[in-house]
Design a protein around this ligand. Structure first.
Ligand SMILES: NC(=O)c1ccc[n+]([C@@H]2O[C@H](COP(=O)([O-])OP(=O)(O)OC[C@H]3O[C@@H](n4cnc5c(N)ncnc54)[C@H](OP(=O)(O)O)[C@@H]3O)[C@@H](O)[C@H]2O)c1
Length: 414
């Protein structure tokens, strides 16, 4: 695809993480707009039955899974085809840890939507960029841990955000030139624990952390929304995507999640993007970028009374953003360490062996520990090897701190 002169022509989409929250919503978007999109290939982790049903109903030319064997996936597809009364469907089947990366480079495709959770999405992100596909990126972790590595691999216009905040900023940025941008303002719902002091957060449970007030999302991102680690990752994502210094990126709590983010321009004007919380809008705009897809989501009802509120973030109760900005300023592999430590700590929290505040405390301790060891945090632009190595150390340290050594390995771990 020519990123400098994109066309409205029909796009063939590879969905990585098709069985997840982003993936299933992307399939709805594609089903609703058959003139604009079709499915080229699907990849998932271990949910072979759902993957097989999706493959049969979209007739994806290639299907991949990280878990299971080729025979397992073939069997699941045969069963799903039988159930749907479909004959003569025989896609290319790939399994194993590199299945998503191989499908990210699938030649008969225009767009790759990376909806995998966790930094395991880094290799597929790099593969999609290298293959010259437009990359609609929901998997923020790959940009954050890869940092400059991903930025350098992306041609201008090749990387399009799917996160609602970054989609909002990308839309608002159409209102002015790069030299006219003063600040980016990311909105945060505040999560389920908005307004709670740090002492109160000690006793909150995993079930409470998963009860997000406005968004229905996967487990990791929902937990990250409760700790504000998700917002912290989004601040770094915004810095990397839009090249705005970290001290010009703010976060404001907006519990209604209708204003998805804003750009403040040098003349004092602020442009905000508003729509009811529904990921289908940024997903559709991401895979169709820069063209809007009519009817992607229900708009705001301007005939009904409503109020939007904005309040500052309590950084003492939720120190994740301050910590991420400091780590990102160190550069190199620091954010890879931050993210990997968080993924392990989230796992430990859901296993019931650490408390809620321990998640971000673990991240802080691991970043500090590795910053103090000679090869712990490598400076400059890391290679993929450097990133994986830093993640490995961070995961080991976090697992030790959390007492996770005796538990099965986190599915997001390398
Ligand atoms: N959900 C949202 O509304 C939302 C909003 C903004 C950004 N995001 C971002 O989008 C990403 C996905 O979030 P989510 O909420 O959709 O997560 P999710 O519901 O947990 O789904 C994760 C997906 O990744 C797949 N997967 C896991 N390991 C894989 C591997 N090695 N290879 C291929 N696929 C693999 C899973 O497959 P199986 O189920 O088959 O194991 C599943 O399809 C995250 O980075 C998140 O931060 C999500």
């Amino acid at each position: 695809m020519d990123f400098s002169a994109p066309s409205r022509e029909h796009r063939r989409v590879v969905i990585l993480g098709s069985t997840g929250s982003i993936g299933t919503q992307a399939l709805e978007v594609i089903a609703e707009a058959p003139d604009r999109f079709s499915v080229a290939a699907l990849a998932a982790g271990g949910n072979l039955d759902l993957l097989a049903q999706q493959a049969v109903s979209t007739r994806a030319a290639a299907v991949g899974a990280a878990g299971g064997t080729e025979a397992d996936l073939e069997r699941a597809i045969a069963t799903a085809a039988d159930d749907a009364g479909v004959r003569d469907y025989a896609p290319v089947i790939l399994t194993g840890p590199d299945a998503a990366s191989r499908l990210a480079a699938w030649p008969d495709a225009d767009v790759v939507l990376n909806g995998i959770t966790g930094s395991i999405g880094l290799a597929p992100t790099l593969a999609a960029l290298e293959a010259g596909h437009l990359l609609a990126l929901a998997n923020k972790e790959s940009l954050i841990v890869g940092g400059e590595l991903v930025r350098k691999a992306a041609a201008p216009g090749q990387l399009v955000p799917v996160d609602s905040e970054h989609s909002a900023i990308a839309q608002a940025l159409r209102s002015g030139g790069a030299d006219e941008v003063d600040r980016l303002v990311l909105t945060a719902s505040g999560g389920p624990f908005r307004g709670m002091a740090r002492e109160k957060l000690v006793s909150v449970t995993p079930a409470q952390a998963l009860a997000h007030p406005t968004w229905a999302m996967g487990k990791v991102i929902t937990t990250n929304s409760a700790t504000m680690v998700n917002k912290a990752l989004e601040v770094i994502e915004a810095h990397l995507l839009f090249d705005i210094p970290l001290d010009r990126i703010d976060v404001v709590v907006h519990p209604q999640s209708v204003v998805h983010s804003m750009v403040q321009f040098v003349d004092g004007s602020t442009i905000a993007q508003a729509s009811p919380p529904d990921m289908r809008l940024p997903i559709a705009l991401g895979i169709g970028w820069p063209f809007r897809v009519p009817g992607s989501a229900t708009p705001c009802d301007w005939s009904a009374a409503s109020s939007w509120t904005f309040e500052p973030l309590d950084e003492d109760a939720f120190p994740a953003i301050r910590l991420a900005k400091a780590a990102a300023l160190r550069g190199g592999t620091a954010m890879a360490v931050y993210n990997a430590a968080n993924e392990e700590a989230v796992e430990a929290f859901h296993s019931g062996i650490i408390g809620f505040n321990d998640i971000v405390d673990t991240v802080a301790a691991v970043v500090e520990e590795l910053a103090g060891s000679p090869a712990g945090l490598l400076p400059g632009t890391p290679t993929l090897h450097d990133v994986l190595d830093a993640e490995h150390r961070a995961r080991a340290s976090a697992r030790l701190r959390c007492g996770l050594q005796d538990h099965p390995l986190n599915t997001n771990a390398e």
